[in-house]
Design a protein around this ligand. Structure first.
Ligand SMILES: NCc1[nH]cc(CCC(=O)O)c1CC(=O)O
Ligand SMILES: [Mg+2]
Length: 332
């Protein structure tokens, strides 16, 4: 409190709520298109577009993604975060397709940069779309996810993404030490200007359910990700995660999921002051969709409220599958 001693009837807070105009005048947080990063699930021609739990979101071919990127630039969106749908035949124990410049991510990046050079594109760094066991890292013989070997693979993947044109790489795997290693690998390969958006504070969450369907990992995934993603009960540990990543050279920090973890958005932003991104994950989108389809509320109103609350909590940007739609609502 800033030395404020108001009391009723001198102070009536409703005075500043009485019209649209006055509410707008005193609004503390706003969402603008440039705050929004469009989440995009890529697919090969011939693979299915529909994602059943996420009506309104479709997997996009490379051509469709390039068209979307062009529209995103015109609409003033902040960027696009790309993820590939990968069928079982493109998966193996080593996640080899992650290092292939001709994979879906690479082809999409090149097509986007050709059609919409100004689009900011963010590439996820993690092996889960490419491994036959669906984990973000390499698996040892006893089934544990190997940290240091995985970090080497992630470095290769990050350099591959940079080579195909990504502006930002976003390690989402939660291995220890990967941000520093990726920074070094990028610099050695001449990509000093490629930024790292670290999924620094990422929880082992049920809210990723629809995403695993979307990228084709659901059937593949053996067990769960709790030996590397964080326990949802932990906040102090999240601050340590963020501190390590800042020290290792992260340019931006992410908190994920979003809505149920807004306390962490606030704390990470307050503590570090780095550009802080919140991810409105697949399950959050699915909840908004399902509830609105059940007649519980209006999708657009609930979506815009949630996005505004991310801003209020301190997020500088939000990854959402509804970015283009929200930007339309903001400008119409
Ligand atoms: N590295 C995987 C990854 N990258 C982004 C998401 C989730 C995105 C979403 O739910 O929208 C996940 C899922 C997971 O960790 O299992
Ligand atoms: Mg970490």
């Amino acid at each position: 409190m800033k030395n404020y001693h108001g009391s009723f009837p001198l102070t009536r807070l409703r005075r500043l709520r009485k019209s649209n105009g006055i509410r707008s005048l005193v609004r503390e947080s706003r969402v603008s298109p440039s705050d929004l990063i469009q989440g995009v699930i890529l697919r090969e021609e011939g693979d299915p577009a529909a994602i059943p739990a996420m009506r309104g979101v479709e997997r996009l071919t490379v051509t469709e993604a390039a068209d979307l990127a062009e529209r995103a630039v015109k609409a003033g969106l902040g960027g696009l975060a790309l993820f590939p749908y990968t069928s079982a035949s493109d998966r193996d124990a080593a996640g080899s397709r992650a290092f292939d410049h001709e994979n879906l991510m690479g082809r999409a990046a090149r097509a986007i940069k050709q059609q919409a050079p100004e689009a900011v594109i963010i590439g996820d760094v993690a092996l889960d779309p490419y491994t036959d066991h669906g984990h973000d890292g390499l698996m040892g013989e006893d089934g544990t996810i190997l940290n240091d070997q995985t970090v080497e693979a992630l470095c290769r993947q990050a350099v591959t993404l940079a080579q195909t044109g990504f502006d930002v790489v976003a390690p989402s795997d939660m291995m220890d030490g990967r941000v520093g290693a990726i920074r070094q690998a990028l610099d050695r390969a001449g990509f000093e200007d490629v930024a790292i958006l670290s999924y620094a504070v990422k929880y082992a969450s049920a809210f990723y359910g629809p995403y695993r369907d979307a990228v084709g990992s659901r059937g593949a995934l053996k067990g769960d990700k709790r030996t590397y993603q964080m326990d949802p009960g932990n906040a102090e540990e999240g601050l340590r995660e963020a501190a390590l990543d800042v020290g290792e050279g992260a340019d931006m920090l992410m908190v994920k999921p979003g809505l149920a973890y807004l306390d962490m958005v606030t704390r990470v932003k307050d503590q570090w002051g780095l550009p802080t991104v919140a991810f409105q994950v697949s399950g959050e989108y699915a909840m908004l969709r399902a509830a609105s389809e059940a007649g519980a509320f209006d999708f657009d109103a609930a979506l815009m409220e949630a996005l505004l609350c991310f801003k209020r909590a301190g997020a500088d940007a939000i990854i959402t599958y509804a970015a283009e739609h929200a930007a339309k609502l903001l400008t119409d």
